[in-house]
Write a protein that binds this ligand. Structure first.
Ligand code: OXD
Ligand code: MN
Length: 586
């Protein structure tokens, strides 16, 4: 027995079901990494990259039908259908265990079963939680090694406790017709079968830290959120922390690792990254909200990551990284669209086919990824593994809105802020859907990740607000407002620092605001434009901070349509909407 009785019994039960040839207990050692990497290279599961250019880096290509999370095949398996809510797929636990049990039966015959104990959260934090993932994929083991604190460290944390999240994964035959990702919040269990794609199979990430995590957080009185965490250091050395939720393709990783503009760097401002995707937040002894990043690595989208858009992310991937579905050059280095360097003349594309710079097809899949240790990030916060977490001054919600939402506004209070988060939406891009400008509602960026009814989730947020003596202030931001020709008005990227600076000044009471119907907004002169005066005129600033009543009337109609789904929408959310209507004179 390697871990404890409860783990051992469960592993034996899962082995009886999946019938592997052998069981390998993962300890997280360097020796083990070397052995498994060699095995994966020998089987072709990994390709060793150019070790001079990219030391410790490997390349993986997934099945072409298996390159993204599959929401359609992702289920919340609560006893009552209503507890999964109207925005999740639901299967009864009995049906799910039976259906997937039949698929798992003998799925590991001819393969090894790896048992991975892992810890979500810093090693000595009382807030961390243990999971054990059983998998038949070495790729999963090696990625979990980067994304979590894995092996002995987790076993030591667990000790004799029977309290761990049980994750079972098998690639089976990677057939999309036999692919399911099922969550059992009442059993703290996850069963994932038929996929090899990160978001479906690195069970510590979306499955545990968000879906199961949100459900545990609700019952234990804390928040598991799809949020980055960053710290802004002022010239006097004080660091203030911000957590921010944006749907995918809205630049979460870029904001988490942003480099302040030159004027601010000269004054001594710095930005520190605590996390780029997930925040677990609890009320601290001092009455503030404290956040930890439960992950240990970044699972970032490669295309668009360049020395210009996000130099810190690019530098993070220069060693000990695993690249999935990017392009492979003849020199055994990697390339992707938007990397900011000329394409190689020839390469092998993500499908494994020959590719040239003249090819009309993309060389890297748009959702190709890098997995890299957070500790390698040049701007990783010295506090990122602090067992207490970091105190959050501001929470940001945001999305991609070409009109309607201004650059930034502050909610009047926590309850109003919850309404702002609950009505979050983001416009789809042509690349993703073929339909431009359709607003997809994605409350708190949690639509695909909330493990229970979202009406109950809003109620949990409202409740938390009543319990936090010194709650963070809540803001909405929108970097994506366009002019009549469709050009972005705000330059974005590192310039977003200017907006974050206003937000933190608001938190400190150091700057005033304009009271508007939708919230508290900066006066145009309150956003520091030093160095970009020519790019962003005063008129542009006014436009970015304008509120159009007709657009807001349409916005409210769309919110109302979305709310119709919910049987359990808290009255307070409805009341917030009525108050907004009144303020707008609608
Ligand atoms: C992610 C996602 O991979 O949100 O982080 O899909
Ligand atoms: Mn994410």
């Amino acid at each position: 027995m390697y871990l404890n009785k409860a783990v051992n019994e469960w592993v034996e039960e899962m082995a009886r079901l999946t019938k592997p040839d052998n069981i390998v207990w993962i300890d997280g050692s360097e020796h083990e990494r070397e052995r498994l990497t060699k095995e994966a290279v020998a089987s072709g599961e990994l390709i060793e990259l150019n070790q001079k250019e990219l030391p410790g880096c490997y390349y993986h290509r997934s099945e072409q039908n298996d390159v993204a999370r599959v929401e359609r095949l992702t289920f919340i398996c609560s006893s009552n259908k209503e507890d999964a809510g109207p925005t999740n797929n639901w299967m009864s636990p009995q049906d799910a265990y039976q259906k997937l049990g039949a698929l798992f039966d003998g799925s590991m015959t001819g393969r090894a079963m790896y048992v991975i104990p892992y810890l979500m959260g810093p090693a000595s934090s009382p807030f961390s939680k243990v999971g054990v993932e059983i998998t038949d994929s070495i790729y999963v083991v090696l990625n979990m090694r980067i994304m979590t604190r894995m092996g002995k460290i987790a076993a030591d944390y667990l000790g004799d406790s029977p309290s761990f999240v049980k994750g079972l994964h098998s690639k089976l035959d990677l057939n999309p017709n036999r692919r399911y990702i099922c969550h059992f919040p009442e059993d703290n269990a996850i069963w994932s079968i038929g996929s090899g794609y990160g978001g479906n199979v690195l069970l510590g990430k979306k499955c545990f830290s968000l879906r199961i995590g949100s459900s545990i957080g609700r019952s234990e009185g804390w928040l598991a959120e799809h949020m980055l965490i960053l710290g802004v250091e002022s010239p006097d050395g004080q660091i203030d922390y911000v957590a921010a939720a944006f749907p995918s393709a809205c630049g979460k990783t870029n904001l988490a690792m942003m480099i302040p503009p030159e004027y601010a760097r000269k004054q001594g401002y710095k930005v520190w990254t605590v996390g780029d995707d997930i925040a677990w937040m609890r009320i601290g002894d001092d009455g503030r909200l404290w956040a930890v990043n439960p992950e240990a690595g970044f699972f970032g989208v490669a295309p668009g990551t360049s020395a210009k858009s996000n130099p810190n992310a690019l530098l993070t991937t220069k060693k000990n990284a695993i690249f999935t579905n990017v392009a492979l050059t003849p020199e055994l280095t990697v390339w992707w669209e938007g990397m900011g360097i000329d394409p190689p003349r020839e390469a092998t594309d993500w499908k494994g086919d020959p590719w040239t710079s003249q090819s009309p097809e993309k060389a890297a899949h748009p959702n190709s990824r890098f997995t890299a240790p957070a500790s390698q990030c040049p701007c990783i916060s010295p506090e990122w593994e602090n067992p207490r977490g970091v105190p959050i001054s501001a929470i940001l919600f945001g999305g991609r809105r070409s009109k309607t939402a201004p650059l930034v506004y502050q909610s009047f209070d926590w309850q109003h802020g919850v309404f702002v988060g609950a009505t979050m939406g983001s416009e789809t891009t042509a690349a993703a859907t073929g339909q431009v400008g359709v607003t997809r509602r994605d409350p708190m960026a949690m639509l695909p990740f909330c493990g229970y009814d979202m009406g109950d989730y809003f109620a949990h947020w409202l409740n938390m607000g009543k319990k936090i003596p010194h709650p963070p202030k809540i803001f909405n931001v929108n970097w994506f407002r366009t002019d009549d020709d469709g050009n972005f008005i705000w330059p974005g990227y590192g310039e977003n620092f200017r907006v974050v600076k206003w937000i933190l000044d608001r938190c400190k009471g150091a700057v005033g605001s304009n009271d508007t119907a939708i919230g508290l907004m900066p006066k145009p002169e309150d956003i520091d434009l030093t160095g970009i005066e020519n790019a962003v005129s005063f008129d542009a600033m006014r436009e970015l901070l304008s509120v159009d009543n007709d657009l807001w009337a349409a916005e409210i109609a769309d919110q109302t349509e979305f709310f119709k789904k919910f049987d359990r929408l808290p009255d307070e959310i409805r009341n917030q909407q009525s108050a907004l209507k009144r303020r707008l004179g609608l």
